[in-house]
Design a binder for this molecule. Structure first.
Ligand code: BF8
Ligand code: SF4
Length: 635
């Protein structure tokens, strides 16, 4: 089939054929034009940190081995790595801060959000040591928001409260001994930028330790803070049935595609799309169809059941269906090319955030206190645009798959408690101990133009399931697996090994589904990797072992973003064996590559990176690791 070298997704291949005919350039065309990509960059041995450069180290040893200042390959690679982790961490910490600010404004009556999940509010407050008795939800929410602000304004030496309140005690002690406990997200980000500047730190090992520290900022000051606060504001997800792939777009509806990461505006768009359905009908549409791309898509899928249009690599192709009346973007993973593509259609591309403007887009600013007006204006703009559709350009592929999403830790524990209400984790742990479930793997992260879209996710997950490894997923990986049909009870029948299937069936029946649980549990957006961290921390706590001793792994098979590097660094720091399916730009330094993937980092942190670019071999490596951990536990 045409474009088999670009995507596994049949809808994407079809749309690529159409785009090609119409002369529309996509991410894959630009990727081809970039070949061959710079070898120095791929190895991580190019430095632009001062204006005496750029300096490049000759990887073959014949040419220069030092930059102008004397920096060698190990130093340059370590500095570049730390800057990537800083970039990813800054994105997540900024997202989390915005959520905290919205919670504060909601709690003090200055923003029109209702605090939806009082149970989560109380549990977050309790873990932070905030007295909950006798306080109304707004008072408590204000105190929780102020605790988040206090972490960002911590000028003392104590570590971030969100971290010490959330991470397993054993980890806090380990990180304390290594001297990597972060104090204040902003301060650590600032210090790491300083540390990596020209003529500051020359020690690659010290730089890698700082990367660990920034990984912890990412995990607790970014991911965890964001998830906790978004759950408080918008509700903790519970299982929800929806659909995924471009076929969710409806030719007779006003289509609004929500794209980006922060759900503060998109939650309101969901609300206003319902309120303004009559206006859409008055404009000649049958209604308003919302759908999501990237992690904002995951957020509204998990909580509202909004279907998913596609994942990262296919964002441009959504517009080429000719039925997207508005694509609304907030921050992160938004291709600048969307402006060029939407200009070929009637689609209104709407930017909303002050730090994410796109020339050619209409900017409708998101302001927390006026979010209702913003959301209403956006929905009305889409309805107006619907009238300008060109019927000649309408081409919606049929493909879509049913998905079950919404597996927060609370939802998973809820399902398990139907089997054992006293000790909900016991059935899972017992089935791991007796080998019915060999182990678990978190499959997370992006698409990357270097990998056939979704193919690594799908091939590797098939192997894992066949070998009775339970899979949890987030981010664009979850979209990929959803499109390919893995988020359904039928997938348990089709892909899971016999013993895993029996466990999924027993839990599904006990939970009242009358069907197996899906063998891949969709746990949310990329910030919701915090949920996976919580689940493994709870399992370790129940078993009274460290996370590093569990028969589990993580994998980012098709990652592209700096955020994924930051999340991976946190996962390794938590003690998780973390597979990468795309080679990170560190091979120019034997020292750095060795530290990250072998004994030194494993003995200090318990986790390590594992790089394997073949999906079947990657699954084998993950399974071997899980078996090794089982043997060490004596199970
Ligand atoms: O935060 S998985 S491509 S959308 S970075 Fe981006 Fe990667 Fe998708 Fe979500 Ni995560
Ligand atoms: Fe070159 Fe050193 Fe400047 Fe980097 S910091 S660009 S290696 S002189």
């Amino acid at each position: 089939m045409r474009f088999a070298n670009r995507s596994l997704d049949p809808a994407v291949r079809k749309m690529l054929g159409e785009a090609n005919k119409d002369g529309i350039e996509t991410v894959w065309d630009r990727f081809e034009l970039q070949q061959p990509q710079c070898g120095f960059g791929l190895l991580g041995i190019c430095c632009r940190n001062c204006i005496q450069g750029p300096c490049r180290i000759d990887p073959f040893g014949n040419g220069p081995q030092k930059g102008v200042c004397g920096a060698g390959a190990d130093l340059i690679v370590a500095r570049n790595l730390l800057r990537s982790v800083v970039g990813g961490t800054a994105a997540h910490a900024d997202h989390a801060y915005e959520a905290a600010e919205a919670l504060y404004l909601a709690a003090t009556g200055k923003a029109p959000y209702e605090i939806k999940d009082e149970a989560k509010l109380k549990s977050v407050a309790a873990k932070l040591g905030i007295e909950t008795a006798g306080k109304d939800k707004n008072e408590l929410a204000r105190e929780v928001a102020e605790t988040a602000f206090a972490d960002f304004a911590n000028h003392g030496t104590s570590p971030m409260k969100w971290l010490t309140a959330t991470a397993p005690q054993e980890r806090v002690e380990t990180w304390g001994k290594l001297g990597v406990l972060p104090r204040n997200p902003d301060r650590e980000i600032r210090t790491a930028m300083h540390q990596t500047g020209m003529g500051v730190d020359s020690d690659p090992v010290n730089l890698i330790l700082s990367a660990v520290k920034l990984g912890l900022v990412d995990g607790y000051g970014g991911l965890h803070l964001a998830t906790d606060i978004q759950d408080i504001l918008f509700g903790t997800p519970a299982p929800v049935v929806s659909e995924a792939n471009l076929g969710v777009l409806k030719a007779d509806h006003v289509n609004i595609v929500i794209h980006g990461h922060v759900p503060l505006l998109s939650e309101k768009i969901v609300e206003w799309a319902k309120k303004l359905a009559d206006e859409a009908r008055a404009a000649g549409a049958s209604g308003i169809q919302l759908s999501g791309i990237c992690c904002t898509g995951n957020e509204v899928l998990m909580r509202q059941g909004v279907p998913v249009a596609n994942n990262f690599l296919a964002q441009e192709l959504a517009i080429t269906t000719g039925v997207v009346d508005a694509m609304v973007v907030d921050v992160q993973c938004i291709m600048p090319s969307l402006a060029d593509i939407s200009a070929c259609y009637h689609t209104k591309l709407i930017s909303t955030m002050p730090i994410a403007k796109l020339p050619g887009a209409q900017h409708i600013p998101f302001e927390t206190d006026k979010v209702d007006e913003t959301a209403r204006q956006i929905v009305r703009t889409a309805i107006e645009a619907f009238k300008n559709r060109d019927p000649q350009k309408v081409n919606v592929p049929d493909e879509k798959s049913r998905v079950i999403a919404g597996f927060s830790v609370e939802a998973i524990v809820g399902a398990l408690s139907k089997i054992d209400s006293e000790a909900p984790l016991k059935p899972l742990v017992d089935n791991i101990a007796n080998g019915n479930v060999l182990g678990a793997c978190a499959v997370v992260g992006c698409n990357n133009a270097k990998v056939i879209q979704d193919s690594f996710h799908v091939t590797m997950v098939k192997e894992l399931l066949k070998n009775n490894v339970l899979v949890v997923a987030t981010g664009c990986a979850a979209h990929a697996l959803g499109k390919a049909g893995f988020l359904t009870p039928e997938a348990a029948e089709k892909y899971a090994g016999d013993t895993l299937k029996a466990v999924l069936t027993a839990v599904g029946n006990a939970a009242g589904l009358n069907a197996p649980l899906p063998p891949v549990l969709h746990m949310g957006s990329c910030v919701d990797n915090s949920r996976i961290g919580d689940l493994v921390s709870a399992l370790a706590g129940y078993l009274k072992v460290a996370v590093k001793d569990l028969p589990i792994a993580a994998s980012a098979p098709e990652y592209q973003h700096e955020k994924a590097i930051a999340i991976g660094t946190w996962a390794v720091s938590l003690g998780v064996f973390t597979h990468l399916g795309v080679v990170p730009p560190v091979l120019g330094s034997k020292q750095v590559a060795t530290i990250l993937t072998s004994e030194p980092v494993e003995s200090l942190l318990g986790g390590k990176f594992y790089v394997e670019t073949d999906p079947v071999k990657a699954a084998e490596g993950i399974i071997a690791h899980i078996k090794d951990k089982r043997a060490k536990l004596g199970i």
